[in-house]
Ligand binder design. Sequence first.
Ligand code: SF4
Length: 430
Amino acid sequence: MNEYDSEVMAGLCEALGYFAAEKQEEANLILVNTCCVREKAENKVYGLLGRFRKLKQANPGLIIGVGGCMPQQKNLAREIKSRFPYVNFIFGPHTLFQLPQLIRRAYENKETIIAIQENPVEITEDKPVKRVHNVCAWTPITFGCNNFCTYCIVPYVRGRERSRQPEAILREIKQLVASGYKEITLLGQNVNSYGKDLPDKIDFAALLSRVCQIEELIRLRFLTSHPRDFHQRLIEEIARQPKVCEHIHLPVQAGNNKILKKMNRGYTREEYLALIKNLRQAIPQVAITTDLIVGFPGETNEDFLQTLDLVENVRFASAFTFVYSNRSGTPAAKMPDQVPAEIKKERIQTLIKIQNEITVAENQAEIGKTYQVLVEGRNEKNPSLLAGRTKTNKLVLFPARKDLTGELIQVKITATTLTHLAGVAQVTLV
Ligand code: SF4
């Protein structure tokens, strides 16, 4: 979602006549799009803003703006203003569309402008978006979240869930595919609950069905799914639609029922495992990835072992693993029995080791198979290779002299690593 917001910021700036600078030192405008989901990301922002002091001294006309969900937290905008008075303006997710006015005002004001709004505004449609990629594009379908997982700051900074009208989503996707995009990813904090707030009765399964009817669309993905709202009807719809990619990102977060309850995740370990079974029965090729948190308050070693057991049981294709990060303002921040840092460190290392072994073994099992790969472009590290993804979202690298960006190529897998599959195209590529 943040990457998409950055594309919107770039689009709004481009509409004002700005274009990307090669280096920070050459820029007349620097925007920092922040994330407050984890403390580490926030500390990076402070470090970055500190380094901008020199840039501002060298170029007093430089405009610096700080946006995203970090300043949306209580008192954070004031803190940024007092620590970094050379920041020209501060805005949040609800004031993103004021960016052009804020840039104009920054040229006239010496003081830092704070443009933080408590409540979300109506969804703005038909905004300029400067897309980073030219084969795959994001399309948000919901903003905000109603789930209030006890560790998560998102509902407080991005507001309650708001769904876009289906017509607006379909119009945007039709425009994207008409301009050459091959793969669309529907975005939302919890895509499965799409439509609950709309007057017309439409749910996520019905939206998928309507998007798949767009003829020129080749592949459709979605992010992120919440296990609580993954109903049988949705599973059947995904299985029925050949354009929907066989990859589900399904954050489990923990494998222990006591911790899941304390996290307010709304499902048990048994329900999650039953959902995995249903998904694999209905979509045999499906690759399932997940998010995991270790060291949530009150997590004992036995609780953690249950998470490891679930990981070994499910055999995720890959996982984003996190050490619990205490976010001020969330219920978990005030929970007793916070886990000491050194125990969290030990647990995350154990978890990463086990998941990496599973990912390596799962990738090795792909050797000898042939997959349809949508080519996204040249590999940055080795431009003699093309890079693309399978429908299961695995990165595939293969040699080709011809630029086949945007094409679907059959690739036979010949070698694998932890991070990607390597292969050979099954046609002559000159
Ligand atoms: S579902 Fe939970 S973790 Fe995800 S954004 Fe909503 S509150 Fe945060």
